[in-house]
Design a binder for this molecule. Structure first.
Ligand SMILES: Nc1nc2c(c(=O)[nH]1)N[C@H]1C(S)=C(S)[C@@H](COP(=O)(O)OP(=O)(O)OC[C@H]3O[C@@H](n4cnc5c(=O)[nH]c(N)nc54)[C@H](O)[C@@H]3O)O[C@H]1N2
Ligand SMILES: Nc1nc2c(c(=O)[nH]1)N[C@H]1C(S)=C(S)[C@@H](COP(=O)(O)OP(=O)(O)OC[C@H]3O[C@@H](n4cnc5c(=O)[nH]c(N)nc54)[C@H](O)[C@@H]3O)O[C@H]1N2
Ligand code: SF4
Ligand SMILES: [Mo]
Length: 804
């Protein structure tokens, strides 16, 4: 079925090897197992593969470093409790490949700048702390103590603590996150941007305002026993594969499933459960009963149409609405005035299609609403999520069995990091608790989120950038602006397992600090330590890696934070008073030597964490309180405080000028965010390449192109500026007319820093207006990364001087 593309107009392009086949119709199944195993054995060897994967997501094992999907009850776990992409995540970390100091001696920074994230990641684990000194062309080794002293000196030299930025990616453990935010606040800043700012921030904002807590309200059991599950803007077959097992169970229990997505994602269409022998043989389970091919950004309109249907059929839980909610009448009046023609135009769906889902909602006594990035990364995402909440509230679908709101989180501990205080806008109560526990007055002013941190670095207001994991340069929008901002700092520090683009986009000086991953034994303090994490459904549990560390010099994230604190403040005397040269009296060395000491402090500071250390010891851990889920209590504030809030959200139609397409930037099946595992997107029929743009066949024709053509993507913005991402292969692909899709992070150069969601500041990664243009070749100001490709000599030229 796979046909090679006809010869390209430019033979030297990266995608010469690209193959486009037909879409897959089923997700998982034997192919998934085979793919995962082949790569695992190649990179880890057979013994480590077996030892590691059998410990993955087990009670006495370690938590998958992939996504945040929860684990089943301990009594319901399989021997192999992981998916293809979980196995890939482990392989990526437990690989036997190493990046030694000799690698950095051999490769100058300038040469590494020409490499892609894929190539950089494939080099292996970083095993020694490395420094790039001012003016140097290469990284060189540095002793840990010298690295800490260097960071401490930089931090003490800042004119204000707010000149420092402390970023977090969502893999950081609860213990490390708690210590890290404590350090940042003891130092004097709330500049704690995190990957959430680019991810589910719209969810956190919308839910906090409407139900009083920024987290989902369901358990795994609710999903499995729901009568109806709506999966909107999410591709679980790739990004949360074990969710498909839960959906399959729901289906067996008689539940119905609806997918709301511009694309017909494999997995929702058909799923072969690799844990179920039948899945190997038969065609698998048909998961989605209904697929609504919504136009990109059409969800607000769709949910208003659904609301109108519920009102029209009086499918309202009047008792719940009367006793537990606020603002219903104003909302109902607003919806009653709905203009169906506008709804159809905005959503790209007919009224009949919307009413089909409406009828399913009416028929269901317990509905679960799931969503992810297809909903959160638009300008009006907060409004869209509030409208989903309205629909859930109208039918009382919250705080009852088999029903609720289910935002599906991304990184494996992104929710836990927030719970532990990684947040640029901490609640006063959290700061009060910190103050009571540690006896210092934390800063009260809000800090910088991700987008604002870029602006602060760009404008010289922030000069120290520290990243606890992640790949800031590639993950944030407006690649050129973001990279330029990082380069303007005095010092960039990356605590990382693997090499990535952010390590080669340095401040005047730079450090790379090698860190233990989840799969590795943590012997900090001379004894085996464990860490804890929280999943997407607020379940907290312990995790302990089984493998020998990738190298003897690796340190844990907790160790790095505590040592940095000591180097910054001077070692604490542990006797009260000023803890050294200038910091509050916090026992950093005690924290480092035994993480239990941190957990005791978490118990005192973080709501719902009393007896934390004891509770995480229960098999499967414990579930954090969630008043709407537990007792239909809504800890909202402001107008209607104490009740769930209905919101009135004006309907808008995202108008796309003639000749333009609405582009979403999404993940392939072979990546974890900016970590590229490989160049195939099996379910979408793409082999050996990533620079593709999926376009509807009618649009291809209408715009005067052919399937297989090579194009530049050009985005146009309100201020008249244009941005280009060059050299994408046009691939004909079924989706609503006018929509298009291409992979992230290659498309991040197209999204201006100021294009972000109202209320949450999340970059609008899912609605970018673009036109397709004949490739113009390398021009100044164009980010031109290569993929498969580096062998083909492609440059990643963000800087005109670097142009080939
Ligand atoms: N293997 C793997 N797993 C991952 C990740 C990974 O990169 N790889 N990343 C992790 C992270 S951090 C996250 S946040 C999650 C991301 O999980 P997802 O949100 O599933 O990730 P995306 O690939 O961005 O997919 C977005 C989906 O929304 C659809 N969509 C786009 N625009 C719209 C729209 O306007 N309306 C609707 N209804 N749908 C739309 C797209 O077609 C696509 O199916 O996955 C996590 N898990
Ligand atoms: N255009 C576009 N942009 C997007 C998105 C999109 O859909 N479209 N999605 C956004 C989303 S949802 C997210 S979450 C962000 C992701 O943004 P980030 O979280 O910043 O990016 P990742 O690619 O997940 O980070 C990968 C790096 O983390 C490091 N790492 C891996 N494991 C560990 C570990 O255990 N410890 C430490 N310290 N480091 C580790 C490795 O060095 C690796 O290279 O990107 C956002 N950007
Ligand atoms: S579903 Fe997510 S957490 Fe579970 S094994 Fe797969 S990647 Fe890991
Ligand atoms: Mo994410």
């Amino acid at each position: 079925m796979v046909r090679p593309l006809r010869s390209a107009p430019h033979d030297d392009i990266d995608e010469a090897d690209l193959e486009v086949g037909s879409e897959a119709h089923a997700a998982a199944g034997p192919t998934a197992v085979a793919v995962a195993m082949k790569r695992a054995v190649e990179q880890m060897g057979p013994v480590t593969t077996a030892r590691t994967l059998l410990r993955l997501n087990q009670v006495e094992g370690f938590d998958c470093q992939g996504c945040a999907w929860p684990d089943p009850d301990p009594s319901h776990r399989h021997t192999a409790e992981f998916c293809e992409n979980g196995a890939k995540a482990v392989t990526e970390e437990a690989t036997k490949r190493r990046v030694e100091p000799s690698f950095f001696a051999e490769h100058s920074l300038a040469s590494l700048e020409d490499r892609t994230d894929y190539w950089l990641g494939q080099q292996g684990r970083i095993v020694e702390p490395m420094v790039k000194r001012a003016g140097a062309t290469h990284y060189e080794p540095i002793a840990w103590d010298d690295a800490f002293a260097m960071m401490g000196a930089h931090l003490r030299g800042l004119a204000s603590p707010d000149e420092a930025v402390f970023y977090t990616s969502g893999k950081t453990s609860n213990e490390a996150a708690f210590a890290y935010q404590l350090f940042a606040r003891a130092f004097g800043t709330n500049n704690l941007p995190d990957c959430s700012n680019m991810c589910h921030e719209s969810t956190s904002v919308a839910l906090a305002e409407t139900i009083g807590i920024g987290k989902g309200s369901v358990s795994l059991h609710d999903v499995e026993t729901a009568e109806l599950i709506v999966v909107a803007g999410q591709n679980p077959g790739t990004n949360h594969p074990r969710m498909l097992s839960a959906l399959e169970k729901a289906k067996r229990n008689g539940g119905r499933i609806v997918s709301v997505n511009p694309l017909r994602e494999a997995g929702l269409v058909r799923f072969k459960n690799p844990q179920n022998p039948k899945g190997w043989l038969a065609n698998g389970t048909e998961l989605a009963d209904l697929h609504l091919p919504v136009r990109i950004n059409g969800d607000l309109a769709l949910w208003q149409g659904l609301a109108a249907y519920l009102l029209e059929h009086d499918a309202i839980d009047h008792d719940f609405v009367a006793t537990r909610t606020h603002g219903y009448d104003a909302w109902a009046e607003h919806i009653a005035r709905l203009d169906w023609a506008e709804v159809e135009r905005a959503s790209g769906l007919s009224r009949a299609q919307i009413e089909e889902l409406g009828a399913m909602l009416v028929a269901s006594k317990a509905t679960v609403f799931c969503w992810a990035m297809g909903i959160t990364q638009h300008r009006n995402s907060v409004a869209t999520i509030k409208e989903m909440v309205n629909v859930a509230l109208a039918q009382g679908n919250i705080g009852k069995p088999g029903a609720g709101l289910c935002p599906v989180r991304g990184h494996s501990n992104v929710q836990g990091d927030r719970t532990m205080g990684i947040w640029e806008r901490p609640k006063p109560a959290f700061l009060d608790a910190l103050q009571a526990e540690f006896g210092f007055d934390p800063p009260r002013e809000h800090g910088l989120d991700t987008v604002d941190a870029v602006k602060a670095m760009r404008d010289g207001r922030a000069r120290f950038f520290f990243a606890m994991g992640g790949n800031f340069a590639s993950a944030v929008s407006d690649t050129e602006v973001t990279e330029d901002a990082l380069r303007r700092t005095d010092l960039t520090v990356h605590v990382s397992t693997k090499l990535n683009r952010s390590h080669v986009v340095t401040g005047r000086e730079a450090l790379i600090l090698p860190v233990l991953g989840r799969s590795e034994r943590d012997l900090t303090g001379g004894h085996e330590q464990r860490i804890t994490v929280e999943d997407s459904m607020s379940a907290v549990h312990a995790s302990k890696g089984p493998l020998a560390p990738a190298g003897p010099l690796l340190r844990s994230e907790v160790d790095i934070v505590c040592s940095l604190a000591e180097a910054t403040f001077g070692a604490a005397d542990g006797e009260g008073g000023a803890g050294g040269a200038g910091g509050p009296d916090i026992p950093w060395s005690e924290f480092r030597d035994d993480y239990t000491a941190i957990r005791r402090r978490i118990a005192n500071v973080v709501p719902g964490c009393a007896a934390y250390d004891e509770k995480v010891d229960q098999p499967g851990g414990f579930v954090l309180p969630h008043p709407p889920r537990d007792s239909r209590d809504f800890p909202t504030t402001g107008d209607g405080a104490g009740k769930a809030i209905f919101s009135v959200c004006p309907l808008e139609v995202l108008e796309v000028p003639e000749g333009r397409l609405l582009l979403q930037t999404l993940r392939s099946h072979d990546q974890f965010n900016t970590t590229i595992y490989g160049l195939d997107d099996r379910y979408r029929g793409i082999k050996n390449g990533r620079r593709v743009v999926f376009v509807h066949p009618d649009d291809i024709r209408h715009l005067g192109w052919s399937d297989g053509d090579l194009v530049d993507l050009v985005s146009e913005w309100e201020d008249g500026s244009e941005r280009t991402a060059p050299d994408f292969r046009v691939v004909a692909y079924d989706q609503p007319v006018g929509c298009a899709a291409a992979y992230y992070p290659e498309t991040n150069p197209l999204i201006p820093l100021d294009s972000k969601a109202e209320g949450s500041n999340t970059p609008t990664s899912k609605s970018v207006v673009v036109r397709l243009e004949k490739p113009r070749g390398g021009r100044p100001g164009v980010t031109r990364p290569a993929d498969a490709d580096v062998e083909h000599g492609h440059k990643r030229a963000t800087d005109p001087i670097q142009q080939s």
